[in-house]
Design a binder for this molecule. Structure first.
Ligand code: 4AD
Ligand code: MG
Length: 462
């Protein structure tokens, strides 16, 4: 007989049937005659109650079933006699797969701090909170593919190891097989990468965009969804050095089309979560963030504000608020500014466009004013920037001019420039930070708690 998942037992219970359930013991209580085990197998936030008539089982076996142990139970599914659950299992056979040393198991008590659970990231999947977060994370990944597939976008796998710096910010991790104790030097005294694995300097990618553009300029509409890496020393609740990004790239889209897609896309994902992750969201709403469901619904029901960076700077300058970081045209906006606009001024998501070109990447389409580019940042409550994107510069000379002005390594970008020589086209795209989306959808407050094994400065455990 095959095991039935607890989710299935609870959603379509076949009362009176013989079943097998397998999972991890959350709690065991009772007396010397009868024991009640709350069993969870990860398929749902809900446990199934196992009722054990002590007289029918070996006393030592029952003693060894403790919080955290893993068991298989054969028994009959019956209507529950007690309160709190509809059905329960009357156990006839119990196999103990794995004992759990009761004194050493870290997840005994309820209400562990998030910090403690981070240190026990190998076991935190077994808590209600992290079970819910990672089921929702899965559902969002699935919904992303579903959304793009339904729209005719192609999933393009862009390289993780790359020779170019897409964002030009120099926040890259080296990839090398050189002997760090004996680094080969060139005549100028620098590192001789000719002898390195790829015969050139390589890094972990910060973004799949440049390669994504190559795909879009042939396949029409593509998206990437993969890990990206940034060696920025930001220790904040919103930065990881390894995070996942979704980057759609579309031929024949201008910035307005790009904004329409971004808004439709995130709303689709939020709606998908509300429709498909109800129990997990309700749990998080009760235990983690009382405003969660209301906020998700609110974002769905309201149009995002769209305005230029320049207008936003006027609002920020006019505000009586004392800023930690100064506001002024030409300066990048900080989280405090973004959150003020979204949470206090407009009280809904905001898309800012047309940023000063000095604070944006080289590939963005230049506006005729000579000062701004066709950039867009989507700002969300509690998060700040959740999406960054732009219309791309499709004009060869303008693009080359920008690459030279910004002292980008022109010779490494020959293939990118080629697309502007051979059948260039207006096109646009954006990047959605997957973990920032999950932060928003789960109501969790630290990005380290929405990715299974976070990578942050000085932390690469597990
Ligand atoms: O704004 P960013 O840097 O844009 C790009 O990388 C473009 N190439 C995207 C494109 O146009 N195809 O990053 C995009 C998004 C941000 O809005 C944010 O949500 C997320 O990626 N992000 C991070 N998430 C977690 N940790 C970090 N260190 C992040 N840096 C960016
Ligand atoms: Mg950005």
């Amino acid at each position: 007989m095959k095991r039935t998942k607890i989710k299935e037992l609870l959603t379509s219970p076949k009362i009176g049937s013989e079943i097998i359930v397998k999972g991890w013991v959350r709690t065991k209580r009772g007396n010397k005659n009868i024991a009640f085990i709350a069993l969870n197998d990860g398929s749902t936030i809900n446990n199934i109650q196992i009722v054990v008539d002590a007289a029918s089982f070996d006393e030592n076996l029952l003693k060894d079933i403790t919080t955290g142990s893993c068991i298989s139970v054969k028994g009959k599914l019956v209507e529950s006699q007690g309160q709190g659950q509809q059905v329960e299992v009357n156990a006839s056979v119990i196999d103990l797969y794995g004992k759990s040393d009761a004194d050493a198991y870290p997840l005994q008590k309820k209400g562990h701090s998030m910090e403690f659970l981070r240190e026990n990231a190998h076991l935190r999947f077994r808590t209600n909170t992290f079970g819910a977060v990672f089921r929702i994370r899965h559902a969002m990944a699935f919904a992303i593919h579903k959304y793009f597939n339904e729209k005719g976008f192609f999933y393009l796998h862009t390289p993780i190891i790359t020779g170019s710096d897409c964002e030009g910010a120099g926040e890259m991790f080296h990839v090398t097989t050189l002997d760090l104790k004996n680094i080969p030097r060139n005549e100028a005294g620098g590192v001789d990468f000719k002898t390195d694995f790829y015969g050139k300097e390589t890094h972990l990618t910060v973004s799949g965009q440049l390669e994504g553009e190559l795909g879009a300029l042939a396949l029409g509409e593509i998206y990437t969804f993969g890990p990206t890496f940034r060696a920025e020393n930001s220790n904040t609740p919103r930065h990881l050095s390894e995070f996942w990004m979704i980057e759609p790239e579309m031929s024949f889209y201008d910035l307005d089309d790009n904004m329409d897609l971004a808004e439709e896309f995130v709303k689709y994902l939020i709606r998908y979560a509300l429709e498909n992750c109800r129990e997990d969201l309700e749990f998080l709403n009760n235990m983690i963030d009382k405003g969660l469901l209301e906020r998700l619904q609110f974002v769905l029901n309201n149009e995002f504000v769209r305005m230029t960076y320049t207008e936003a700077v006027s609002i920020l300058t006019a505000s009586p608020r004392k800023w930690e970081y100064p506001v002024g045209w030409g300066r990048d906006l900080q989280a405090e500014h973004e959150r003020y606009l979204v949470e206090e001024h407009f009280k809904r998501p905001v898309i800012l466009t047309d940023y000063p070109r000095e604070i944006k990447a080289f590939y963005m389409k230049q506006n005729d004013d000579g000062r701004t580019v066709r950039a867009m940042d989507v700002l969300f409550p509690g998060i700040g920037e959740i999406i960054g994107g732009s219309q791309r510069e499709e004009n060869y000379d303008k693009l080359l001019g920008r690459i030279r002005e910004m002292k980008m390594p022109e010779k490494d970008l020959w293939w990118y420039l080629d697309t502007r020589r051979f059948g260039s086209a207006p096109h646009s795209g954006f990047g959605l930070g997957f973990e920032r989306l999950i932060l928003f959808v789960t109501g969790m407050s630290n990005i380290r708690d929405v990715i299974p094994f976070p990578r942050t400065p000085k932390n690469a455990e597990f």
